[in-house]
Design a protein around this ligand. Structure first.
Ligand SMILES: [Zn+2]
Length: 261
């Protein structure tokens, strides 16, 4: 964790670019450089997969999450895959844009929604409709959206477990993935997440803000990227920008839980 402070200036700039949830309080974690694994072969003329031809049976686990070690849930920044898959995550739930359902449906993509209870309570139907009609899934993002880093274990556990319990009651499925608000976490976050039944603490490698896709490195999305956006007033611009970028890069957005089974 503390090692993040030691990253170079370039990465600090990058961390600011890839602003996390909220984005206004300056609590953002610089994105760590990705190990340069063998690049997936880039087809010269990518052919996007449309929703009428799912690349595999969605819901079938394609890869397992790394194991929980010493009671700590693993921290995931990207998904190792040689397939043309990308992962779109939509956080918080503050602004309920009525166009989201049709946009997601038209895209054929399968977002993961990391929802905080403070934005969901009393308005679960909005997210349930999206889940039921698009196959998007709903995961854990705390109850009150606090910065967890440095907070006591009991505080973190309550935020994570209570959101999981509430979502189980609201949506009929207990979440298994956790995203820490602002991307801020520490070892207590990993322990609390594991103790609340989470398989992984999920960060991101690219973000969409104000209709612009911002990359961790380079100028395009890569297979395995996890992309962050939010339920904001700019939902239509943001989601549209992501879909266009993914199609241009020959990638289709598939369910994140299928790769963290
Ligand atoms: Zn958030």
């Amino acid at each position: 964790m503390g090692a993040k402070l030691g990253v170079g200036l370039g990465m600090v700039v990058l961390g600011v670019m890839l602003a996390g949830c909220g984005g206004s309080d300056g609590q953002q974690e610089p994105v760590k450089p990705t190990e340069s694994t063998t690049a997936a072969p880039q087809p010269s003329a990518p052919v996007p997969i449309t929703h009428s031809e799912a690349p595999y049976q969605f819901g079938d686990v394609q890869a397992k999450a790394p194991p929980i070690v010493d009671g700590r849930a693993p921290v995931i920044r990207r998904i190792p895959t040689d397939k043309p898959y990308v992962f779109i995550t939509i956080d918080d739930g503050e602004i309920k844009d009525p166009n989201a359902l049709s946009l997601i449906t038209q895209s054929g993509f399968r977002p993961t929604m990391f929802l905080a209870q403070k934005f969901v309570a009393g308005e679960a139907a909005y997210f349930r409709d999206i889940r039921d009609q698009t196959g998007a899934d709903i995961e854990d993002h705390t109850v009150n959206h606090p910065n967890l880093r440095g907070k006591p274990y009991a505080f973190q556990r309550k935020e994570i477990c209570d959101d999981a319990d509430a979502e189980a009651a609201e949506f009929g499925r207990r979440p298994v993935l956790f995203r820490p608000p602002y991307g801020n976490w520490d070892t207590n976050t990993q322990k609390a997440a594991a103790d609340c039944g989470m398989r992984a603490v999920v960060l991101w490698t690219a973000a969409v803000n104000n209709g612009v896709v911002q990359f961790q490195e380079g100028d395009h999305l890569k297979a395995g990227d996890i992309v962050l956006m939010h339920f904001r007033t700019t939902f239509v611009q943001d989601y549209t920008a992501f879909v266009e970028r993914a199609r241009r890069d020959g990638l289709t957005a598939v369910p994140l839980p299928d790769f963290l089974g």
